[in-house]
Design a protein around this ligand. Structure first.
Ligand SMILES: [Zn+2]
Length: 467
């Protein structure tokens, strides 16, 4: 399969470092508030990537951090700690806030059919890892102490801006956010590895360190957690595109300085979900959460389909109207699947199944083209093959897309309309069969068929549906 690698700016064939495991790392949520659906778009697409790797036969070990300390209001080192801000807002302890929003995050993931990663690690559980890395960075001259904090010295690197040439843009960010200068920094892009002299007197969580009581910077946690669980190299690192700089850039800086070799092979970045007025955020406009979608009567899986309908490297514009279009497409898809006969006893046509699967893998192998993969579902419905084969193909693709297609179609069959006249005919046919009056049973079946009704005999009795 081919994946776009942000590091090389091109699509590359995916070849993991080790044949026995794909090491995949995902930046997890900062648990100070509910996730908005823009954050969740990233997790949906990462979930699809993980499931597709497994579908292709790769054993995957996926690790995700939970940021419960150290993430300041800006992605640099300025502003208030987001966790502390959440705790103050809700008058709770930082740990209570972390637990509450971690649970809320995974509840949202469950509704969106996002699988929980194999390892989920809170940042506060790995302080020893960060200290070990920082000590070595100080020993080797990549880090320095200033004003009580430990900083990473970006001037020691041959190349700091590994993804893009951010220099100009980055300056603009500084001006825009009104970031105050940190006089301790030797270079503009240096970042904090460990805070002791915090301007936040009331920082709730602090640990002992060789440099005094304090807490870790945000970036170090992903390097520490990744190395703890996945060792000295990574195949895939995922996150939202806004994490490429400075977060991932800093992760690479400190990890490779620490390891002395290349760290991660492929960088997978999901682009923004925008509203019609611009980038989605928690503070601007309507706070779009999974709960809000539900409150408005949408199935969260409709949002998953909405995301799958577009490519992960394109910005996607969310509006209620766009979501309604996805809901209408979903409605058509599910009703057509519900019209397939689940009791079809014909053998699965293996050649037809393989041809349908090939369309799906072709789409997904091309840098995870999920919108074409969704089209492959319609190809299944249009194919000239029996229902058993179609249902097998849909079930197979849904292992990756996770839209609960078959279960939701089955639920539609259950809640079939009631029609006394047709039910009367179905009952007459059942009676004729019990009386072994086969001619009469067949006559009624044909009459129903002429009205566009198909009857299926199941262990629970005869079921009917319109075709
Ligand atoms: Zn991270």
């Amino acid at each position: 399969m081919y994946l776009y690698n942000t590091l090389s700016h091109q699509k590359e064939e995916f070849v993991p470092n080790h044949p026995d495991v794909v090491k995949m790392y995902t930046c997890g949520p900062t648990v100070y508030h509910y996730a908005h659906i823009g954050n969740l778009r990233t997790y949906i697409m990462e979930d699809v990537l993980e499931k597709y790797l497994r579908y292709r036969g790769y054993p995957v070990k996926r690790v995700m951090n939970i940021t419960d300390v150290g993430h300041l209001a800006s992605d640099g080192d300025t502003g208030e700690d987001k966790m502390l801000k959440g705790a103050k807002r809700e008058n709770k302890s930082v740990l209570d806030i972390a637990q509450f929003y971690t649970d809320a995050f995974f509840a949202d993931c469950k509704k969106l059919n996002i699988k929980r990663p194999d390892v989920v690690e809170p940042a506060t559980a790995c302080i020893g890892e960060y200290i070990r890395i920082i000590e070595k960075l100080l020993d080797t001259g990549y880090a320095y102490l200033a004003g009580g904090n430990v900083y990473f010295d970006t001037a020691k690197l041959e190349k700091y801006y590994v993804f893009y040439d951010h220099d100009q843009e980055d300056l603009a960010v500084g001006v825009r956010e009104g970031v105050e200068e940190d006089g301790n920094k030797r270079n503009k892009n240096d970042f904090v590895l460990w805070f002791t002299k915090s301007k936040f007197e009331d920082q709730a969580l602090k640990w002992d360190s060789p440099w005094g009581v304090g807490y870790p910077g945000w970036h170090i946690e992903c390097s520490g957690i990744s190395m703890k669980h996945l060792g000295q190299d990574l195949d895939l690192h995922c996150g939202g595109i806004d994490n490429a700089f400075p977060h991932h850039t800093n992760e690479i800086a400190q990890s490779e300085a620490y390891l002395g070799h290349k760290w991660c092979k492929y960088w997978f970045h999901v682009h923004h979900l925008n509203t019609e007025s611009g980038k989605m955020s928690k503070s601007k406009g309507e706070f779009l959460t999974v709960s809000l979608l539900e409150k408005k009567g949408y199935d969260p899986l409709t949002y998953r389909l909405f995301c799958l309908q577009s490519h992960y490297r394109r910005n996607l514009v969310f509006s209620w109207e766009n979501l309604d279009n996805a809901a209408a497409a979903e409605e058509r898809l599910l009703s057509r699947i519900a019209a397939l006969d689940p009791a079809d006893q014909s053998p699965v046509d293996q050649a037809a199944l393989a041809a349908l699967q090939a369309r799906f893998t072709q789409a997904m192998d091309a840098d995870l083209n999920t919108s074409l993969a969704v089209t492959a579902l319609y190809d299944v419905l249009k194919a000239k093959t029996n229902d058993a084969t179609k249902l097998a193909a849909l079930a197979d693709m849904d292992r990756v897309l996770s839209l609960d297609l078959l279960a939701r179609a089955a639920a539609r069959r259950e809640t079939q309309e009631t029609d006394p006249e047709i039910e009367g005919l179905v009952a007459q046919r059942t009676k004729a069969k019990q009386e072994k009056n086969w001619a009469e049973a067949d006559r009624i079946r044909d009459e129903l068929k002429a009205r566009g009704i198909v009857v299926t005999d199941t262990p629970q009795g005869a079921k009917w549906r319109r075709v």
